[in-house]
Design a protein around this ligand. Structure first.
Ligand code: NAG
Ligand code: NAG
Ligand code: NAG
Ligand code: NAG
Length: 308
């Protein structure tokens, strides 16, 4: 049998359509199924909602006039973040604390500046919250007596007798609660501390100079091992480099810098949830005045010394 050109055309045309319709049907069914199952999944990955401003005060649940902003200086600790956020959210809910969590994410290329990030977090939240927790992302409170209630005086939760690692009397790092008025009164934290350490010791002196006595929890029967969980890996590297005259300057009380002169730009806000726990990421670009703190970037100094 000889096929005419027309017959061949008709034959392939019909088949092509049959196949096409089948494929489209299968894709439609598959997509429908996926959408339905995604609706019901409790996805543990963060759900990003693109908003221009943070969602202030999402947890206005409890019968209290006080509102806590949990300020968490942050860079490159995603695993710790995914543990911290849901944990602290439920810990604070159990205590009926009206709270929101702010992850202060430093996105510039300077060295990490925990103190300046907290200054920024305070400035960005002070009109909506009346106290803050300066909170490490890797420290989880275990003992339910660790109260996050509004502090009349600065309240150091991670006391030297309770913190897993730091035991000197003047230690006020880890987790510190302070009300809006007191943080403003001492001009926040110094902006001179680029790299790891000492900014909290300088803050201790600021509080002391202002006659703000630091209080600490008193009814904790768990010791240094069982009061907090330190969730960072053992191989965590810290930026302890000291360059230019950093070592000398950062040992002194800073009467120059603080809340009033922290230079920054909020690049964006993102409101997210992890396992149902809401929080805000504040992407922050810090600016550095190299005439005051050249050590915000040690790469310019060939002889940068390492201390470890
Ligand atoms: C999903 O989360 C909701 C609460 O947010 C809970 O009631 C429900 O049981 C969860 N479903 C699954 C399958 O885990
Ligand atoms: C002792 O623990 C309770 C919570 O169980 C808390 O309400 C109280 O304020 C704590 N006292 C001090 C001094 O920390
Ligand atoms: C701080 O403590 C000192 C002595 O330890 C005391 O004299 C002073 O009154 C306290 N200040 C406040 C504000 O409680
Ligand atoms: C909590 O505080 C109470 C007193 O307020 C005390 O009796 C109890 O032992 C404390 N619990 C823990 C686990 O520290």
């Amino acid at each position: 049998m000889v096929l005419t050109k027309q017959k061949v055309f008709r034959f392939t045309f019909t088949h092509f359509f049959a196949v096409l319709l089948t494929v489209m049907f299968v894709i439609t069914v598959y997509l429908q199924f996926r959408l339905l199952t995604e609706d019901h999944c409790n996805c543990s990955r963060p759900v990003v909602q693109y908003v221009a401003k943070p969602k202030y005060y999402v947890n206005r649940n409890y019968d209290s006039n006080h509102k806590l902003a949990v300020l968490v200086p942050y860079r490159n600790r995603f695993e710790e973040l995914t543990e911290f956020v849901p944990y602290i959210h439920s810990f604070l809910n159990e205590q009926k604390i009206n709270h929101d969590v702010f992850i202060l994410n430093q996105v510039d290329n300077y060295r990490f500046n925990r103190a300046s990030l907290i200054n920024v977090g305070y400035l960005e939240t002070k009109s909506n919250y009346d106290y803050i927790a300066m909170h490490d992302v890797d420290l989880l409170p275990l003992n339910k007596n660790l109260t996050y209630a509004y502090p009349q005086l600065p309240f150091h939760l991670a006391a030297p007798t309770l913190h897993p690692r730091y035991h000197y009397d003047k230690f006020i790092g880890g987790i510190l609660l302070i009300n809006r008025e007191h943080f403003g009164l001492v001009n926040g934290l110094s902006n001179k501390y680029w790299g790891w350490g000492l900014e909290d010791d300088e803050f201790y002196v600021r509080l002391k100079d202002a006659n703000l006595n630091v209080t600490r929890p008193e009814n904790i029967s768990t010791g240094t091992k069982d009061t907090f969980r330190h969730i960072h890996g053992k191989d965590r590297k810290r930026d302890t480099t000291k360059c230019f005259n950093q070592r000398e300057v950062t040992r002194r009380r800073d009467r120059q810098t603080g809340l009033h002169d922290v230079k920054y730009k909020v690049v964006s806000y993102k409101s997210m949830t992890i396992e149902g726990a809401p929080f805000n990421v504040v992407n922050i670009e810090l600016f550095c005045d190299r005439t005051i703190t050249p050590w915000c970037d040690c790469s310019g100094e060939k002889t940068a010394k390492k201390k470890n």
